[in-house]
Design a protein around this ligand. Structure first.
Ligand SMILES: O=C(O)C1=C[C@@H](OP(=O)(O)O)[C@@H](O)[C@H](O)C1
Ligand SMILES: C=C(OP(=O)(O)O)C(=O)O
Length: 429
């Protein structure tokens, strides 16, 4: 279904509460299901991806009551998972697909995992290969490189593994497999990726140690239920950080933003591009720090984004590219070939769609080059069913000279169901 978005005649103003972090919401459901007893999750993200995770664990026999952003999980623990009678449908969620594969590889049940058309094209060998080295029995399309995956849970051995790709999903799949394996798992990351799994393992009392970029995980006994407060998602906040920075005379405040430093690459880039913003930490002592970010419209300059920055802002690149169209000079994004294996090929999608709006932007092998500033005009944008492309285009419409129409805007529900409510809140006096 299409949606037409009209340019703003006024600046953005006011304050919004950023919804729960998608990565942490997935993990909260998974750890709450593995743990024996009751886990209560607050500020859960009721986005389609996290609802897919809930659905899969219900099919594994875990009792999960979800009331909007509060989830109560009652579980008999990992060893009581029931063999599901149905296929576990992970929808559009790469995180659910990969982490669940890792977790179930070390269980004592048989399960089949499949997702939507986009998931069927995303690489799964990156998890099934190391899991097989741990002893996992996984069959799947093209030698288990793609879904559907059929997993016959079995006893696993720990692994000593150097990550060939900078991916928190691969790391987490291996750690979830290592949780119930017979020996220690040691993982080496060349480039650090988001560490929510490690932090949640620590919270649940698992013996996990991180020294520089090496993780040591000892097999765990029974985990016990607890309460988990999910911070707001900085990847969702990013759309409004950019909206505030590029819409003339705007001044907005984003509350409850997660500030884990494996996720705050966008803030470093805002600084490098001369944006005017301020971060006020709320709870510096918690394992997942949270704060309020205020941002104002200002003149921006181009920058280069590469290397170890990339995993710290990988999902923000579409909207950063939009911001770069309004910055003076060249913005170069490189080392970001991972964008090609997301919900869609995000290098192609961003370049093709921003070009339609008048941007000067070219794709490269591992990223893109944007030359700014260019005024944006209206047009019809294809989302490719990718929530982040749909939100990028919606933010572009705030500053375009004419309306922008996007197809399949419902895909935004994957990570930010209240996105349009928040635009409205910041645009009405
Ligand atoms: O672990 C996670 O929760 C995620 C890791 C990233 O994917 P990769 O691990 O494939 O880089 C990110 O793009 C995704 O949105 C969520
Ligand atoms: C890539 C994303 O998610 P996933 O890999 O979980 O589908 C995303 O949210 O941008």
């Amino acid at each position: 279904m299409e949606k037409t978005l009209y340019p703003l005649s006024e600046p953005l103003n006011g304050s919004i509460q950023i919804p729960g972090d998608k990565s942490i919401s997935h993990r909260a459901i998974m750890f709450g299901s593995v743990a024996k007893g009751e886990t209560i999750v607050s500020n859960f993200l009721p986005g389609a991806d996290c609802l897919s995770t809930i659905d899969c664990f219900r099919k594994l026999g875990v009792q999960i009551d979800q009331q909007d952003t509060t989830v109560t999980i009652s579980s008999e623990g990992f060893h009581s998972f029931k063999e599901p009678a149905e296929i576990l449908d992970t929808g559009n969620s790469g995180t659910t697909t990969r982490l669940l594969t890792g977790l179930l590889a070390g269980s004592s049940i048989f399960a089949v995992i499949k997702g939507d058309e986009s998931i069927s094209k995303r690489p799964m060998g990156r998890v099934t290969n190391p899991l097989r080295k741990m002893g996992a029995i996984i069959h799947g399309r093209e030698e288990a490189q793609f879904t559907p995956l059929a997993i016959s849970g079995t006893k696993l051995q720990g692994i000593n593994y150097t990550m060939p790709v900078a991916s928190a999903q691969v790391k987490s799949a291996i750690l979830l497999a290592g949780l119930h394996s017979e020996s220690e798992t040691v993982l080496q990351e060349n480039v650090k990726t988001r560490d929510h799994t490690e932090k949640m393992m620590e919270q649940f009392g698992v013996d996990i140690k991180v020294v520089d970029n090496t993780i040591h995980l000892k097999p765990a006994g029974e985990l016990h239920g607890r309460t988990i407060e999910v911070p707001g998602d900085i990847s969702s906040a990013a759309f409004f950080l950019v909206a505030g920075a590029i819409t003339p005379n705007s001044s907005i405040e984003l509350k409850n933003v997660g500030l884990n430093d494996t996720r705050t690459g966008i803030l470093d880039i805002l600084q490098a591009m001369n944006a005017t913003y301020k971060v006020t930490p709320q709870s510096v002592h918690s394992t997942e720090p949270v704060g309020t970010i205020s941002i104002e419209y200002s003149a921006l300059t181009g920058t280069t984004i590469d290397g170890s920055f990339i995993p710290r802002l990988i999902d923000e690149i579409p909207v950063i590219a939009l911001m770069a169209t309004q910055a003076v000079g060249k913005t170069i994004i490189k080392d970001a070939e991972e964008l090609k294996v997301k919900e869609t090929n995000r290098i192609d999608a961003v370049v093709t769609e921003l070009k339609k709006l008048g941007a000067t932007i070219e794709a490269t092998e591992d990223g893109m080059i944007i030359e700014g500033p260019t005024p944006l005009h209206g047009g019809t944008i294809q989302t490719y069913g990718d929530h982040r492309i749909a939100m990028m285009a919606s933010i572009a419409s705030l500053i375009s000279s004419d309306p922008i129409t996007i197809d399949n805007y419902h895909c935004i529900n994957v990570s930010y169901p209240t996105f349009f409510d928040h635009i409205e809140k910041l645009t009405t006096k």
